[in-house]
Design a protein around this ligand. Structure first.
Ligand code: NAD
Ligand code: IPM
Ligand code: MN
Length: 398
């Protein structure tokens, strides 16, 4: 768990360091929670490490932010399985309102603990943030940092640089449905797939806007948006996505509009990931294809994501989960969380700082200063420390 101190040191944009007093939130909002007077120009970040390896990788991301001297103030929240098991609270009253009101962004680890078999805390905290804060665009970049990380032969970093935009507030995740005649041979389970015109249109529009406004790493323009669905079988929902995609794409004639069924897309992603640019899809397909895409990047330990509502407090988390079997062993890869922190900084307008983190992670990979899952022999905290020292400019010859 990240230690909570009563005085936190942070850096101003000008570089001057000072200590600041911390205020405590009421007990109900989290026993590990501290915050700051509202006078600072720094970006206010809520940190929620969560469960399992979330509690190991997020401290490394915070370590890197601190070493960078990024103009941010962090406040810790202990929401997760331990807290739930201790006092039954998943999200304290007004927790989401507080996050939206008092913070510029939220950095999250992962939720999921074998002791909470219902997974109720993950549902209420993680899906709660996505749904209740209306974070409708789940942006999951897929970038290969080094050829050695990709399981495909002959694939270079320039070949994998696409993004998945996953609808994040609807679909089968809305929990609409129910079970009828449970425990009998006639049992019926219904899980509804909710697709609203508004929800579908805004994520498709976000994808086209993203394509128009963002370049690839090599500086070339993004040019294509691909709709991924299963409209051949799921005709009602798929029909809506198809119609809206056609309408919205007509407003962006300079962008090529493409389509693939999700099953074919999975095959193509493994066969030739070079063909992808911007992919837009629904909640569940987006979840599945981004684990597959993480495999192309070196595994789940490398993949970053943002849960975004433009203009509102957004939430950033690595794509991976709490990985219970490897939790507490100092072996989890912290780079997904560190790259997620970089993504958060870029979203907050701190592109230069974000680039410094990415460059340090890239160098760590080149020098094999990594955890075992991607070929190094460092522990979680040692790999995080290496990146932190690199961004701080300490020991360039390390
Ligand atoms: P997982 O992502 O936790 O793990 C899948 C595999 O990837 C495991 O082999 C794991 O060891 C490996 N892995 C994941 N992250 C890694 C890292 N940083 N470094 C090295 N290896 C890593 O997925 P799962 O096993 O399906 O789920 C475990 C729990 O996490 C479940 O409770 C699930 O619901 C939850 N989960 C939460 C989130 C989230 O909070 N965002 C995301 C996915 C899964
Ligand atoms: C993810 C996770 C979550 C999801 C789970 C934990 C509900 O797999 O963020 O990718 O399916 O969205
Ligand atoms: Mn997932």
């Amino acid at each position: 768990m990240i230690p909570v101190s009563s005085v936190v040191r942070f850096q101003n944009r000008g570089g001057a360091q000072r200590d600041t007093e911390v205020n405590s939130y009421p007990e109900s909002l989290g026993r590990d929670c501290v915050t700051f007077p509202a006078v600072s120009q720094n970006k206010r970040i809520a940190i929620i490490p969560g469960d399992g390896i979330g509690k190991e990788v997020i401290p490394e991301a915070v370590k890197v932010l601190t070493a960078l001297g990024a103009p941010v103030e962090t406040s810790q929240f202990d929401w997760g399985a331990d807290r739930y098991l201790a006092d039954g609270v998943t999200v304290p009253p007004d927790g989401f309102t507080m996050l939206g009101r008092d913070f510029d962004a939220i950095l999250v680890g992962a939720f999921g603990d074998p002791r909470v078999r219902s997974n109720i805390h993950a549902k209420e905290i993680l899906l709660g943030m996505r749904f209740r804060m209306d974070l409708y665009a789940n942006l999951r970049p897929v970038r290969l940092l080094d050829a050695a990380l990709c399981p495909l032969k002959g694939i270079e970093p320039k070949d994998i640089d696409f993004v998945v935009l996953r609808e994040n507030t609807e679909g089968v995740y809305t929990d609409a449905g129910g079970v009828f005649k449970q425990g009998t041979p006639d049992e019926i389970a219904i899980q509804e797939d909710i697709n609203t015109r508004k929800g579908v249109e805004r994520i498709i529009r976000y994808a086209f806007e993203y394509c128009e406004r963002h370049q690839k790493q090599d500086g070339s323009l993004r040019q294509r948006v691909l709709l991924c669905d299963k409209s051949n079988a799921m005709t009602h929902a798929g029909g809506l996505w198809q119609r809206v995609f056609k309408e919205v794409s007509a407003e962006y004639p300079q962008i090529k509009a493409e389509h693939m069924y999700v099953d074919a897309l999975c095959m193509q992603m493994v066969r030739d990931p070079r063909q992808f640019d911007v992919i837009v899809t629904n909640n569940m397909f987006g979840d599945i294809v981004t684990d597959l895409a993480a495999g192309l990047q070196g595994g789940l330990g490398m993949a970053a994501s943002g849960n975004i509502h433009p203009g509102q407090t957004s939430m950033f988390e690595p794509v991976h989960g709490s990985a219970p079997p490897i939790a507490g062993k100092n072996i989890a890869n912290p780079f997904g969380a560190i790259l997620t922190a970089a993504m958060m900084l870029a979203h907050l307008g701190l592109a230069e700082e974000a680039a410094r983190i990415e460059a340090a992670v890239l160098e760590a990979i080149r020098q094999k200063k990594t955890t075992q899952d991607i070929g190094g022999n460092l522990g979680t905290s040692e790999a995080g420390e290496w990146v932190a020292r690199r961004v701080a400019g300490v020991g360039h010859k390390q």
